[in-house]
Design a protein around this ligand. Structure first.
Ligand code: APR
Ligand code: MG
Length: 195
């Protein structure tokens, strides 16, 4: 879904039966550790390598059997992340934005949920035993939230990967709005060196 436009939740819910709904979530937790003893990790932010070779967020299609968007999302999380995802529930209060794409007709709802570091590490530890591991999910990754001294390694290089749907914009917006990354790093991304 290369072309996607931002829509309000109310508009998304009013789309006809020809539209499928999907939900994905950014899970994060504070991480006080330092890389190489000097680079603050700030937060652990989870993404996943998908079956299609792109990076995205855990989640997926909401089915007719799901009572709500969030029920579908929490079911997908148990399938993709395993039992540790049962320790928390992503709610409508965690909702952030929606994007609609034309061919096929999919509207993707995006959420962000703060966990304790223990909850997030339990997700990471249990993920290889999840139903979808090695199939739809090839592995969880943490997002580097810093730039190395060369100005490229870290978040700038991470953002050069291929992302599914609106995942790259969703990531950047959440990092900014939730204050997960230093503001000067985000502004430096918007101003490429030499410009
Ligand atoms: N932003 C926007 N759209 C996204 C995002 C995102 N961050 N992540 C995924 N999508 C789109 C995908 O392109 C797909 O069209 O949402 C739809 C569902 O998301 P997936 O996580 O890929 O779906 P999932 O339910 O986990 O199933 C994966 O299994 O049943 C098959 O064919 C089905 O391709 C699907 C696959
Ligand atoms: Mg999925």
């Amino acid at each position: 879904m290369a072309e996607h436009r931002r829509v309000e939740m109310a508009e998304a819910l009013a789309l006809g039966p020809g539209w499928r709904h999907a939900c994905h979530v950014l899970l994060y937790a504070p991480d006080p550790r330092m890389l190489f003893g000097r680079i603050p990790q700030r937060y652990a932010v989870l993404m996943q390598m998908r079956f299609d070779g792109r990076l995205g967020f855990p989640g997926g299609f909401v089915d007719a059997q799901d009572a709500s968007l969030e029920d579908g999302l929490n079911r997908e999380l148990r399938e993709e992340l395993g039992e540790a995802a049962s320790a928390f529930r992503v709610e409508r209060a965690d909702y952030r934005s929606s994007h609609a794409a034309g061919r096929p007709r999919v509207v993707a709802h995006f959420y962000a949920k703060g966990l304790t570091l223990e909850q997030l590490e339990a997700v990471e530890a249990g993920a290889p035993r999840a139903k979808d591991h090695g199939l739809e999910v090839l592995g969880l990754v943490r997002v580097p939230l810093y730039a190395l001294r060369d100005g490229v390694g870290g978040l700038p290089a991470f953002l050069e990967n291929s992302f599914i749907g609106a995942a790259r914009e969703q990531l950047l917006e959440a990092l900014q709005d939730l204050g997960l990354v230093a503001p000067d790093l985000l502004s430096s991304l918007k101003t490429p060196a030499g410009h």
